[in-house]
Design a protein around this ligand. Structure first.
Ligand code: ZN
Ligand code: FE
Length: 256
């Protein structure tokens, strides 16, 4: 199994998940042209589109690619009316088969109510596609769900094995890490992550594919209990996790 990031639009990523036999799933067909070009370059055969949520920058290529290549579009069962070319509704625990690869669906409401993650538990190369819910060093905005929903969804993702690599919907890592350094100025892992992201971006490479272990060390939204973070944002030490999460999310919304 391998994962091929496909840069789309301004800063979006589509991905190809490629099984050993050359069958590919397209995660988030943002736009058709770059996905089509990558399928040709990699010489793989797409069999499905796995959509993480209904926003246009993640499903803009669904209609065209599904029609052209005869693909089944998978999305959360509640998004039948909102995901273009919707074909199969899934929910937590549903399994998707792609050649020798199996992906498990996890409902992660918060950014949108029908957001879903796809977890591929391939031995030695676990990965999860998180859309705009868990970003590398950040998380998505609360457009439809509540802070409690998003906090629970991030908890579901963070409970996956620590070596799971995170493939999210946008190249937002550098600006997310600026916020991380603001809330935890003495976090040395954040400082290292900033250097790594800057190096990768200067070479034109994606920063995505960090592990969940790494995210737990640097991502403010997975570090709600950090004393330094709470001090910076004036969150009471005894404030509960959801209330604290809401403060961190609101501060990030305002952060420039
Ligand atoms: Zn979105
Ligand atoms: Fe997006």
């Amino acid at each position: 199994m391998r994962v091929v990031p496909v840069p789309c639009l301004q800063d979006n990523y589509a991905y190809l998940v490629v099984a050993s036999g050359g069958e590919a799933a397209i995660v988030d067909a943002s736009e058709a042209a770059p996905v089509r070009a990558t399928l040709a370059r990699e010489r793989v055969r797409a069999v499905a589109i796995w959509s993480t949520h209904h926003h246009f920058d993640h499903v803009g290529g669904n209609e065209e690619l599904a029609r052209e290549l005869g693909l089944e579009v998978v999305a959360h069962v509640s998004d039948r009316e909102r995901v273009p070319a919707f074909g199969r509704g899934v929910d937590t625990g549903d399994l998707l088969r792609l050649g020798d690869v199996e992906a498990r669906c996890i409902h992660i409401p918060g950014h949108t109510l029908g957001a879903v993650a796809y977890f591929v538990d391939a031995p030695g190369q676990r990965c999860v596609f998180t859309g705009d819910t868990l970003f590398c060093a950040g998380c998505g905005r609360l457009f439809e769900g509540t802070a409690a929903q998003m906090h629970a969804s991030l908890g579901r993702l963070a409970a996956l094995p620590g070596d799971t690599r995170v493939f999210c919907g946008h190249e937002y890592t550098a600006s997310n890490l600026r916020f991380a350094a603001h809330v935890e100025p003495s976090n040395a892992d954040v400082a290292r992550a900033i250097d790594r992201a800057a190096r990768l971006r200067s070479e034109g490479l994606p920063t995505v594919g960090t592990t969940l272990d790494e995210e737990r060390r640097v991502n403010p939204f997975l570090r709600i209990g950090s004393p330094e973070l709470r001090t910076t944002l004036r969150i009471a030490p005894d404030a509960d996790e959801v209330a604290a999460f809401a403060v961190v999310r609101a501060s990030k919304d305002r952060f420039r």
